[in-house]
Write a protein that binds this ligand. Structure first.
Ligand code: 4NP
Length: 160
């Protein structure tokens, strides 16, 4: 299973989502590949936002080595599942993917917790540390659901 987490900058939300899901699949004993990307090129080549790194570290997850990159249409072929943080990300992934767009692969992340509601993980770019903790909590809940659903299918162990 190959999962890609996508936000706008690949600097705040999606590197956190990548780190959180990687931590959970490791604990669950799942051999999945997890990556993240942004729909923009604004932050290409740099490390995640310092507050995303801080909040991750607070939860014993290290995301400092991630290098921000832009989503490409080939990601649509490479990954089995692509989670987006908000509706703009969804529209941009669709636009960038062009003829490779596969609706069945793309899902709003929070639909894992609140099915079909299309709730967004808010962009914390202009926000303070508290908002990064709120974003962490939302993403953590969604990632728990992803791993739990897989465990219910008989693959991996769910510890929560
Ligand atoms: P992210 O947050 O999409 O969660 O990485 C943002 C990062 C950068 C910008 C906006 C949101 N920006 O405008 O540069």
């Amino acid at each position: 299973m190959k999962i890609l987490m996508v936000c706008l900058g690949n600097i705040c939300r999606s590197p956190l989502a990548e780190g959180i899901l990687k931590d959970k699949i490791k604990k669950a004993g799942l051999n999945w590949e997890v990556d993240s990307a942004g729909t923009s090129h604004y932050q290409t080549g740099i490390a995640p936002h310092k507050l995303s790194q801080k909040v991750a570290r607070h939860n014993e997850i290290d995301i400092c080595k991630h290098c921000c990159r832009q989503f490409t249409n080939e990601d649509m072929l490479k990954f089995d599942k692509i989670y987006v943080m908000d509706k703009d990300n969804y529209d941009e992934v669709k636009r960038i993917s062009k003829e490779l767009w596969d609706k069945d692969k793309v899902e709003m992340l929070m639909n894992e917790v609140y099915p079909n509601q299309n709730l967004e993980v808010p962009d914390p770019w202009y926000a303070g540390e508290d908002d990064y903790h709120k974003v962490y909590k939302m993403i953590d809940e969604a990632c728990k659901k992803i791993v739990k659903a897989q465990a219910l299918k008989g693959e991996g162990q769910f510890f929560y």
